[in-house]
Design a protein around this ligand. Structure first.
Ligand code: PLP
Length: 375
């Protein structure tokens, strides 16, 4: 049985060309990028070319891109360093952020006495811009706004341009966790005033264990890690040349193919929603599914029942990978803070289907059939 992978928001398979490039670099270009002999200089050149690709893709300067180990690292760095080095005393965020943001917020609240204000979200996971505006206008202290671009469980897209403009107009910093958005949405940091933006390669067919943070050049922060001063002393640790090159190629391909990939995914999503409504009338959609959404993520729910409780297991034994509507880290399922925030009724069981440009209509049809048999 060919397995059907519908969990592209969790991670994506590595693109074949990216894999080939990384394999070649691992094999041949193993020099330490800090070494001054030819092997080192070659590795350094690969990294600097990758930086150029990323900076060009965001319309940023080369000096504003720092490679990291993952999205989690970038989010920790943005939040903790803004507090430590930029005098941030108040952070405005939302209750639907990824754990790497939420738990960093709890840490700076606990360790530095920062005040964290969570905006209200409605049943679709949308924030209220007027509430943000009023908080920004009335807060006297230095503020960081930390709001994700695309919600990883619901697919809801925050109005990033409006948020960035509001933050700038009120002298606040703005951090966006763009892990689910990179490659799918055009981001131009000259048009959208962002202070910190974070990314992880494994969400757009790059390798796991590498990401980057964009730090606007006006914001001088100190490094989170002390060490050998790599990444212009912002992120010490010997660079992972192959993975950084893999990130850049995957990023370039996602940007170059953005329109065709997105239009394929939009078509898949329409088909899936139509089939679900036809075959399973009791299905409901969540997130901003008919407004500002990322088409790759469709969050659905079915009524709770003994069968619904073991749905993921039954999908798995039928060859289908999808995610529960719950945060599942370290293999442990716990109640999702995102579904709690949107007040998903207790008599509904949520399921996240996430697609990519490689997903097919046939795979979705099989998914709907198996779902029908298992609820
Ligand atoms: N932010 C969002 C929105 C995510 O979906 C994820 C991963 O699931 C992360 C951050 C963390 O990224 P990484 O796995 O690279 O640490």
């Amino acid at each position: 049985m060919k397995r059907i992978y519908l969990d592209h928001a969790a991670t994506t398979p590595v693109d074949q060309e990216v894999l080939e490039l990384m394999t070649q670099i691992w094999r041949e270009d193993y020099g330490n990028p800090s070494s001054i002999y030819a092997e080192g200089r070659k590795a350094r050149m690969i990294i600097e070319n990758a930086r150029k690709t990323v900076a060009n893709g965001l319309n940023a300067s080369l000096g504003e891109i720092f490679f990291t180990s993952c999205g989690t690292e970038g989010n920790n760095m943005a939040i903790k360093n803004a507090v430590r080095d930029l005098g941030v005393e108040v952070i405005i965020s939302s209750p639907t952020e990824h754990h790497s943001v939420w738990h960093s917020l709890l840490a700076v609240e606990r360790d530095f006495g920062v005040t964290v204000i969570y905006l209200d979200v409605d049943e679709k996971g949308r924030i209220d811009l007027l509430q943000l505006k009023s908080l920004l206008e009335t807060t006297q202290k230095k503020v960081l706004v930390s709001l994700m671009y695309v919600n990883n469980e619901l697919g809801t897209v925050h109005p990033i341009q409006a948020i960035a403009d509001l933050a700038k107009a009120n002298g606040a910093y703005f951090h966006t966790d763009a892990v689910q958005a990179i490659g799918s949405f055009e981001i131009d940091v000259q048009k959208t005033p962002i202070s910190f933006l974070t990314c992880s390669a494994h969400k757009f067919n790059g390798p796991k264990g590498v990401g980057f943070i964009y730090i606007n050049g006006d914001n001088i922060i100190k490094p989170l890690l002390d060490g050998g001063a790599q990444e212009r002393n912002m992120r010490s640790g010997t660079e992972n040349t192959a993975q950084i090159a893999g990130l850049a190629l995957a990023f370039q391909k996602a940007n170059d193919q953005r329109e065709e990939r997105m239009s394929h995914i939009v078509g898949l999503r329409k088909h899936l929603m139509k089939r679900l409504v036809e075959v399973i009338p009791e299905v409901q959609f969540h997130g901003d599914y008919d407004g500002a959404f990322h088409p790759k993520i469709l969050n659905i729910s079915i009524p709770t029942s003994p069968k619904a409780e073991i749905l993921l297991f039954n999908l798995d034994i039928n060859g289908i990978c999808a995610s529960g509507g719950s945060a599942c880290s370290s293999g442990v399922e716990s109640a999702s803070h995102v579904l709690e925030a949107i007040k998903l009724p207790e008599d509904r069981r949520a399921l996240r289907v996430s697609m990519s440009h490689t997903t097919t209509i046939e795979e979705l049809d099989r998914f709907v059939d198996v779902l029908r048999q298992n609820i």
